[in-house]
Design a protein around this ligand. Structure first.
Ligand SMILES: O=C(O)COP(=O)(O)O
Ligand SMILES: [Mg+2]
Length: 232
């Protein structure tokens, strides 16, 4: 039996929860530079941007782990904490050198906030780095709640992360998740939340295969798709 993808075209919610890397901000160039800085100190070859892009999604520790695996492996007993620390220091110092909001991100966030939606951010980026990046790009003030991947015992795809953001937003209405990867889709499913995926992010798998309710190729489509829940 074949299943037909029937995208939803309207989402009635009060809360909109965004992913950060690959969804609102194209941060891969700066993540790639920090990765290659670490690899150089370990006498490993550098990785092209296209490879690093597809490794982003599970936080800094997983990113470094994947970078090491791709350049010779992780020797037995290798302590990842030191390269991770080096990565984070390099990344923090260069966090918005090349990173940019995707087209329309500012306008869409401003408009949705003006329309009365509560906006949250659920990212696997460590909390302090997420806040620094949002500050550097003047994006922090759109969000009522921001939770990084190290702020709780579990991060996406665990539902605790997304549930926490939903609960910390005002109101009791429904929420929709906007993301770019399988971690976003899985977290949303586990939290029984609709999920819209963007097609321009960092997913190594085709986004069509991730079970989204809708796929968009431009953030500017969102205001036409998401309507305020009617609480009468
Ligand atoms: O930094 C990462 O690895 C992932 O971040 P994201 O959850 O905002 O995509
Ligand atoms: Mg992402």
């Amino acid at each position: 039996m074949s299943t037909v993808f029937m995208p939803k075209t309207s989402f009635q919610v009060d809360k909109i929860i965004f992913d950060l890397d690959g969804t609102l901000v194209d941060s891969a160039p700066d993540l790639c530079a920090a990765m290659n800085h670490v690899l150089a100190t370990l006498d490993r070859p550098s990785l092209p941007l296209a490879d690093v892009r597809s490794m982003v999604g599970l936080g800094a520790r997983a990113l470094i782990g994947q970078g090491l695996k791709a350049t010779g492996g992780i020797p037995d007993g290798f302590m990842i904490d030191q390269p991770l620390d080096l990565f984070i220091r390099h990344y923090r110092a260069n966090i918005a050198r090349h990173s940019q909001p995707y087209a329309g991100a500012h306008d869409v966030l401003r408009l949705l906030k003006e329309r009365g939606f509560a906006l949250g951010l659920c990212t696997n980026k460590p909390q302090d780095l997420a806040l620094s990046l949002l500050d550097a790009l003047s994006m922090r003030s759109y969000f009522t709640s921001i939770t990084g991947g190290d702020a709780l015992p579990f991060a996406k795809p665990h539902p605790m992360h997304l549930d926490h953001v939903r609960q910390s937003l005002p109101g009791r209405g429904a929420a929709v998740m906007i993301g770019d990867s399988i971690t976003d889709a899985k977290a949303a499913r586990a939290s029984q939340m609709d999920v819209i995926l963007v097609s321009f992010g960092y997913s190594p798998e085709p986004v069509e295969s991730l079970g989204a309710d809708l796929i968009i190729s431009d953030l500017r489509a969102l205001p036409g798709l998401i309507v305020k829940e009617n609480h009468r």
